[in-house]
Design a binder for this molecule. Sequence first.
Ligand code: NAI
Length: 344
Amino acid sequence: MKHTAVLIPGDGIGPEVTESACRILEQAGLDMQWHRHDAGLAAIEAGASEVLPQATVDAIRVTKTALKGPCTTPIGEGFTSVNVALRKQLNLFGAVRPVRRMDGVHTRYFDDEVDLVVIRENTEGLYAGIENVITDGVVTSLKVATDKACRRIAKFAFDYAVDRGRSKVTALHKANIMKLSDGLFIRCAREVHESEYAGRVDYEEVIIDAGFMRLVQNPRQFDVLLCENLYGDVVSDLCAGLVGGLGVTPGANFGVDDFAVFEAVHGSAPDIAGQDKANPLAIIMSSVMMLNHLANTTGDKECLEIADRIRSAYDACLQSDEKTADLGGSLGTRAFTEAVVARL
Ligand code: NAI
């Protein structure tokens, strides 16, 4: 079946890693018509007046699916995050970030069979971007929590756990301090669990600082982590560190009406951009998530076969020590891509 999706190369290492993913998808047999659109600094460089051009958002509304490279956001000044804006405009409320130990990727937790999924609320919390200067030297950032979004992400996490046979959802929170916002978040999760999922999947609540300590002590005690926006962002990178880093941590953002944007957890990595050093595996793994999504939404079972083929190919590479430098290997982005293609 022919599919269509938007491709956003993004900034920094984005063009290198998305090119790698597209080559592998094509070589694995995916019939995809890509609609290439810019976002981030790349959009400005291409002559757009905004970092998130309306044409890019509109194109995703048509295809419903996008594969996206990372976009640079200036720190402490300048434009607001393209990623936050895209997730808000398309109502991509739920981020899914699987974190799994992989054969051939050696870490401190190699013997621990780490297999976690971070589910992150994507549209509110402190990332609502409501910041004010009260007076000289005094600023505030507003944390937003709504009953609707808290219930929606809780239901999303429980459905995800049930669909994939996972046993437990853990809500990470700080409701002892943020009694109203985090209080609402866990109250909604608790009520959704009691009314619809009790007996099908376990549910627990863990204060986030204690949860982080437990994560690094023994990650196996967790299964699905349910987080509001900021906590989900932070815990995603911590979990990435358990299994080999940002080069092996994929992600997807899901919304209503089957909208989905697939992107790695990592950023644009300006320190290694354009040097053939980036590990494309995280975006390749994100594109495998895209194939599973396409199979679910279009019924095209061949997508599942292509996904299996790609997964087997990169697994074989890692097990044979064909890896990029971040994983202790000697291959560049292009050489790793060709190693995967050779295994397909
Ligand atoms: P980063 O994830 O870009 O880089 C952190 C470190 O990990 C760097 O040393 C980098 O070289 C390394 N790294 C990241 N991805 C890698 C890969 N695939 N292969 C090998 N090494 C890799 O995070 P940083 O430096 O905090 O952010 C850089 C820019 O990216 C910022 O402007 C930030 O706002 C943006 N960003 C964008 C995201 C997105 O578009 N989804 C997500 C996170 C950050």
